[in-house]
Every structure is written in structure tokens, then in C-alpha cells.
Design a protein around this ligand. Sequence first.
Ligand SMILES: Nc1ncnc2c1ncn2[C@@H]1O[C@H](COP(=O)(O)OP(=O)(O)O)[C@@H](O)[C@H]1O
Ligand SMILES: [Mg+2]
Length: 409
Amino acid sequence: MSALVVVETQHSPLGLRPLSAARRLGARAVFVTRDLGRYVHDGSPLLALPDLADEVIEADTTDPSVIVGLLRPGDGVCTVTDYSLEVVAEAARLAGLPGLDPAAARAARNKLATREACARAGVPVPRFARVLTVGQAREAAAAIGYPCVAKPPTDAGSIGVALCRDPGDLEQAAAELLAVATDYRGQPRPAGILVEEYLVGPEVSVESVIAAGQRSVLGVTDKKLGPHPHFAELGQDFPSLLPPAAQRACAEVAAAALDAIGHDFGAAHVEVKLTAAGPRLVEINARPAGALITTLIEKSTGIDLVLQVTRLHLGQRADLTVTRHRGAASRHLAAPADGVVRAIHGLDLARLVPGTCEVAVHVSPGDQVRAPRNNADTLGHVVTVGETAGAAARSADTAIGQLSVEVAC
Ligand SMILES: Nc1ncnc2c1ncn2[C@@H]1O[C@H](COP(=O)(O)OP(=O)(O)O)[C@@H](O)[C@H]1O
Ligand SMILES: [Mg+2]
């Protein structure tokens, strides 16, 4: 029996999907982590890993040769977390198993490398600079103009990404980012941070899969963001409500960006802003879309993206046949302020909203929460379906509107 070795994962519903996909495909589901404690909180698993994995192994997941040691011919190796994309690509290459070109994984993971490869290839990207000091950040921002965006080079989930309206904001954001030498996972990160032109316009992500040199676009997702100066993602609609020509233009930029970095295997989730001057690349994620987007794709098109990508990892063909045409949407619950949860209201009401198929809240009274700085600060979600994405979005806005988190500051 072949095995699917899943290296680390996301703390989201997507995190468990590769394991259940492996089982559905008749493979052993093996989960490898450097620290199982990362997936446990107050003694209970954050994710149902023990239920879904046939084997859980603690090993150094930053070392490709350690991962290779767990693989046999016919196995697959994958991840859905950005932080392990490079190690998985390298391990797959070393073991002779299907996977992404390691150079493409490196270019996707490092936002500076993505920007440089795309700029060289003529893909429209924001003006950008890599800076090593607060002084350099100030100089770069003066040339780029305000507002600008400061961000770490290899994090995810909008962690550390900040809108800077003036030199004061920028100095504070740059000093905070430059003071930390590791990413969210505690892995060393390349020196320096990025300062970028602030792109104004609706944000989308383009969801695609490439296999045997053939890239298929599954669709475009509309994103909703939380309040500035942060960029927490608080909602998604699939398929996008943008006019078809605008969606095509975004998909073209995404494909050009993927070509520029040599993306040659599996799913890609490419974020794009549709500015007045046309689509501009935000970033490339060389994996299936996170949050609940794969759920929305499935509800909307019938395609189980993770299952199909798992097939590719196991050396099988993916089936991307659309079996239904509906819309789906998700909205994420966020705290109104930093503090301690006093009460959560409206779960029953949210479930009554027509079209609602999931309502979940992950916090309880007494938990410390904060107003959303990044995606990890969201506290729950709703998922809705409708005849169209517009109908699903209306339901999702109505459903999330029923939920409130009362916080004692
Ligand atoms: N140059 C930019 N202009 C406007 N918004 C940006 C820019 N860079 C990042 N953002 C916002 O911040 C979010 C997170 O940034 P991103 O580069 O995608 O990093 P992450 O890996 O954390 O997702 C984006 O989805 C977008 O909303
Ligand atoms: Mg992103």
C-alpha cells in the first residue's frame, strides 16, 4: 500500500484534507511534524490529526533528507502550508516522486524572489524594494510613495503585512519586522523585509492546477479584507462577481507569474489586485487555496481540489470535471476589539439564514482574543451556497451579521 506523507499543515479546515484524501484514494495517511504540540492546545488536538492519520511521526521537517527517509517508491509527499513547500519539493525531487520544481518552490516562498522573477518576465507587479534597515525602508518608501506596504519576505496569512500611511507608520512597522529573525513557524527567514507600492482595487485569487504541462484555471475568488492597517482576510466568494473580461485579465497575470517562476506541478493560489491600471500580482502560493476556498470550489463546481492534487502526488491523473454550477461564499468572524470573550451570540440565528451550510466558532468565553491583525486572529466562520455567487455572498453577509463576539476590554 502506498502512503501519502503530509508534511506539517495549516491550522484551518484545509489542514486535514490531504489526510482524508489519501484515505479515500486507498493510501496510508502519514503526518509528519517537527512538533506535535503545534497542533495541540490545552491538551486537546487543535486538528483531528490522530483520527485522520494512520501514523503520526515527529521528525525534523526542515530537513529534506529526513523526509526522504520516510518515503518509498510509489508514495506521495505533499503539504498545504507555505512554510513546508520548499522542503517537500526538495524531498520529492530527491526521492524521484511527483512534485513541484524545487526552484519554483523557492521562488514562490520568497516574496522578493517572486517579485524579481516576475519583474524580469514583464509580469505587472507593484514597485518594490528589499531593505535591511529602518533607514533604508524610509528611503525606499520615499521613492515608492505613501501609502506603502511593509511585509516580511516568507510569512503567510497576512502576518506582519502592514499599510504604512506615513514615515512614522513605516518606521514602526519596519523596526518591528526587522527585529525578528524567524518566521511564524520559528524557521530562520532571509534578511530584510519588503517595502511595496500600495495597490488599490478589488482583490482576487486565481485558483489553478498544472499537470503534465497543462494549466487549468478552476476559477477566480473574490476576497474581503478587514480594516487597515492590517490585511486579515475576512471573506471569500466563488466564483468571482467581477465581469468575465476582468477575471480573464487577472487569470492571465496569474498564469504569467506562474510561468515566470517555473511553476510546473500541482495547485496554485495566486493573489491579484485589479487596479485602475489593470491587474497587479500580489503573491504566488504554490499550493491549494487556504481558508475555506477549497470548500467553496467544491460546493460551487463539484471539484474536490485537494483530492485531485493528492492524486497528482500519488502519480495518478487529476479529474477537474465541473459537475455543478453554483456559487459559494465564506465569511470569518472577528473580535471587535482586543480583550477576553464574554459571550458569543447568534449561532442559531446564523444557521437559520437560507443558504447557510456551516457555522463554526472556535473560541469560548474566557478566551483572550484580539481585533484581527492577520488570518490567524479569526474566530469562526460561516459558509453559504446559492444559485449564484452573488446569492451566496448575500447569505454569507447576512449569516455573519447574526454572529457577535462580546469582548471585555
Ligand atoms: N503591495 C500591496 N498592495 C496592497 N495590498 C497588499 C500589498 N501587499 C500585500 N497586500 C495585502 O496584504 C495581504 C497579505 O500579503 P501577501 O503578500 O499576500 O502575504 P501573505 O503571504 O501573508 O498572504 C494581501 O492579500 C493583500 O490584501
Ligand atoms: Mg497572500
